[in-house]
Design a protein around this ligand. Structure first.
Ligand code: NPW
Ligand code: K
Length: 504
């Protein structure tokens, strides 16, 4: 599992080391990890190290210190290094080491702005070490001007030191201008802002360099499941399993206008291993569901009269179909775990419960927050995804999964997950219905199994968020597998889910 922390958590952890006088040692480890990462990138791109050019943009704090020490190490390996000091001042020991290694120093002024920009744009690698976890807001003054111009000039490989300057380490909010990195080398542990959009957009690949503070880190602010976690959490059926023990999911989805959503949600649930799916809805949609998936038991019954372990409601619902909306409300009120998607979101009460998982995209989350009296529009949600999803979970008391390039999950108990295994090709109609189906299957199978999570180190209260994150990961992996770098349909994503589960 990748554990991510706020800048404050990291600084507090470092404090005891600084008090013990080992701050310089931590900085050397950070710089060494950064320099090595640059070397690996150059070698990976089959470039010669000797004579390759590197420009470090160095601010006046410790982030600049990391960058200068790393550049000094690179200079000693024969790279042509330039340091652009964006604040005039610089970390004294870092600057001394850099000069001693033979690096060239440019103190940024309005007069040499054009020259410094051109030099940075022409170099093979740019290290962004202007601001790190000690930043207050975004880049200002000459540093901002330089980064803006450099962004337009499309420099070579950009490597961010700890975090792209201008990205908030706690929230992932980006204060423009931010230089988009291909790689972020981050120290001690990942920062939460690197795993939430838009910060994740600017960070590129994230590499964590251990510096010796790890044992002192607190409970993470944000987690990301990796393949090994999924293998442990996605238990295979027991030898004497039967369809009821594998989880029965009730589905309230689809309408005459959007019958396909019901089919895709049901397909997603079957693909993710539901023991049985019971569909409730209009006869014309039920006919289509039966034709597409003969395994599914369809009826026009009520929620109370249907025996299931979890509910999936909302995909493709029509806001004029009062009978379906009432079923969705009954399911959310049943006390059973419920995934509520799309059409159900506006129909449910404002305050729900942790076992209800809401799955809005940014626009739907903005509408949800507006109904709850928070004046955020879609752009504001996209600019601050982690804060928005945290707020929604707090206000609704439900678990909220925000769909996007990075999927975020927040529970009302303040557990946060981030998954990003998907591909932009998955932004296609019906993809969310399949995700709802996968969540539904996992809820039906694992929702009641408190011991399963406790044995694997997950607090029982945190299991709703964990299930949503597991499903997002499976869905993202299935999409990437089916896409293989090209267009993909929602049906193909669903078809790839069993293969993903097999490899887990
Ligand atoms: N602590 C450790 O042991 C280790 C720390 N490590 C490294 O240190 C980094 C944190 O370093 P840091 O705390 O010095 O802060 P940093 O991010 O460099 O910037 C703050 C400086 O910039 C200034 N400033 C602030 N906002 C600004 C703005 N918007 N625009 C312009 N200037 C602004 C502010 O000055 P002020 O304005 O307060 O006078 C201050 O001087 C961390 O990310 C990691 O890379 C690693 O080496 C491991 C060991
Ligand atoms: K930085």
């Amino acid at each position: 599992m990748i554990s991510a922390y706020t800048g404050t958590q990291i600084r507090e952890t470092e404090k005891s080391f600084l008090d013990n006088g080992v701050g310089a040692v931590l900085m050397q480890r950070a710089a060494y990890g950064l320099a090595n990462a640059v070397v690996r990138e150059l070698r990976g791109g089959r470039q010669r190290l000797y004579g390759a050019s590197v420009t470090v943009l160095a601010g006046k704090g410790n982030n600049g210190g990391d960058g200068l020490f790393a550049a000094a190490m690179l200079a000693r390996r024969g790279l042509r290094t330039t340091a652009v000091l964006t604040a005039g001042d610089a970390h004294p020991e870092g600057l001394a080491a850099f000069k001693k290694a033979g690096g060239r120093v440019v103190r940024l002024t309005p007069e040499n702005m054009a020259e410094a920009t051109a030099a940075a744009a022409a170099s093979g690698v740019v290290i962004d070490a202007v601001l790190g976890t000690g930043a207050q807001g975004g880049l200002r003054g000459p540093a901002a001007e330089l980064v803006e111009a450099l962004g337009r000039a499309r420099p070579g490989l950009v490597v961010a030191c700890d975090i792209p300057s201008g990205v908030d380490a706690d929230t992932g909010e980006a204060h423009a201008p931010v230089l988009r990195a291909e790689l972020t080398v981050t120290f001690g542990a990942a920062k939460a802002g690197l795993l939430a959009d838009p910060g994740a957009d600017f960070a590129g690949r994230v590499q964590v360099v251990p510096i010796g503070i790890e044992a002192g880190l607190p409970w993470p602010a944000l987690c990301r499941f990796e393949a090994g976690d999924l293998s442990a959490l996605l238990a295979r059926p027991e030898r004497r399993a039967h369809k009821y023990s594998r989880g029965v999911l009730g589905v309230v989805a689809g309408s005459s206008a959007y019958p396909g959503a019901a089919v895709l949600a049901c397909k997603g649930a079957l693909a993710a291993g539901a023991g049985m799916v019971r569909y409730l809805g209009p006869p014309d949609v039920a006919d289509l569901v039966r034709q597409a998936c003969p395994e599914i038991v369809c009826s026009a019954g009520t929620v109370a009269g249907t025996h299931v372990q979890a509910w999936l409601v909302g995909s493709g619902l029509d806001d004029s179909d009062e009978q379906q909306l009432q079923r969705a409300r009954d399911a959310a009120d049943s006390g059973l775990p419920t995934i509520a998607d799309a059409g159900a979101l506006p129909a449910l009460p404002d305050v729900l419960a942790p076992q209800v998982i809401l799955t809005p995209h940014a626009g739907e989350l903005a509408s949800l927050l507006q109904r709850l009296g928070v004046g955020l529009d879609r752009a504001a949600v996209e600019a601050s995804t982690l804060s928005a999803v945290r707020r929604a979970a707090g206000l609704t008391e439900a678990t909220v999964l925000l769909k996007g390039a990075t999927t975020l999950v927040a529970s009302p108990f303040q557990d946060f997950y981030s998954q990003a295994e998907g591909t932009p090709w998955m932004a296609t109609a019906g993809s969310g219905d399949v995700l709802a189906g996968v969540i539904g299957a996992l809820l039906a199978r694992l929702g009641a199994d408190v011991g399963h999570f406790a044995e694997r180190g997950i607090d029982p209260d945190a299991r709703w968020g964990a299930i949503a994150a597991m499903a997002a990961s499976v869905h993202g992996r299935a999409g990437s597998l089916a896409s293989a770098g090209g267009p993909v349909t929602a049906s193909a994503i669903s078809d790839a889910v069993p293969e993903v589960l097999r490899t887990m």
